[in-house]
Design a protein around this ligand. Structure first.
Ligand code: HPA
Length: 246
């Protein structure tokens, strides 16, 4: 079976139902990864789990060592990555608690180490990134959602902001004009780094809140946490369906 990893984001620091067989801290040329790489079985299938923000959750999006994380997974033989991410919803169908499998990205982040092709480790390559998420892996996630009777959005454009602050109303208005449906802080450079190393990558985006200006009042952490509980339970169902199909 193709070796699968799940990267857990906010709301998924630990993967419930994972029977752990191994925990590894890997030395990478890029430094330390966010957390131990945990190998185990999820719903009967082998998987490597990595907590993107560390365990406990503490690393802000702009300080995540994306290169070490992706490099470490590659070293462990991982070929496919399901990246679970908490996001804000911008367009009308992206309500809190809903799940989307995005098909496009716009990167608004800055100052992050975003490529493996910046030093002599690799010959310079300009990867094709027309379709930033892997088509087959996306299709399998969508099929899994159907299998477990979950209504999801099968396409969406993910806008990646720098964080850790949330956005202004004007920033979200601009992002919507740009075509973004979702806003998150960790989608890039993760997706591009996986592509650079030839790994399949797809995002399972869980909507935690309406983005700035899309609802009355301020966005609270309590609201985000509440919606994430609901959304992550759906994500776990979807993953169960995915494992059953794979
Ligand atoms: N903006 C950016 N990232 C997020 C949000 C948001 O509103 N919600 C969850 N992650």
């Amino acid at each position: 079976m193709t070796h699968l990893a799940i990267i857990g984001g906010t709301g998924l620091t630990q993967l419930g139902g994972l029977t752990i067989s191994k925990r590894e801290t890997l030395a990478t040329p890029y430094g330390a990864a966010s957390a131990e790489f945990i190998t185990g079985e999820l719903f009967g299938k082998r998987v490597v789990f990595l907590a993107r923000h560390g365990n406990p959750h503490r690393i802000p999006p702009h300080n995540i060592n994306y290169c070490a994380n992706i490099w470490g997974l590659k070293q462990l033989g991982v070929e496919r990555i399901i990246a679970v991410a908490a996001v804000g919803g911008i367009t009308t169908s992206m309500a809190p608690g809903h799940i989307a499998i995005p098909d496009q990205i716009i990167d608004y982040s800055y100052g992050r180490k975003h490529t493996f092709f910046a030093d002599d480790n690799f010959p310079l390559t300009h990867i094709d990134f027309s379709f930033p998420y892997h088509a087959k892996l996306r299709a399998e996630l969508i099929a899994a959602a159907q299998q477990v009777g979950l209504s999801i959005s099968e396409t969406a454009t993910y806008g990646c902001t720098q964080g850790p602050r949330l956005e202004t109303i004007a920033e979200i208005r601009r992002m919507e004009q740009d075509g973004c449906d979702l806003v998150g802080m960790t989608g890039m450079p993760e997706a591009a780094l996986a592509r650079e190393l030839g790994m399949e990558y797809a995002s399972l985006s869980v909507i935690a809140n309406w983005a700035a200006g899309k609802t009355e009042g301020e966005i609270s952490m309590a609201e985000i946490e509440h919606n994430l509980q609901l959304g992550m339970a759906k994500a776990a169902d979807l993953l169960k369906g995915f494992m059953a199909l794979s």
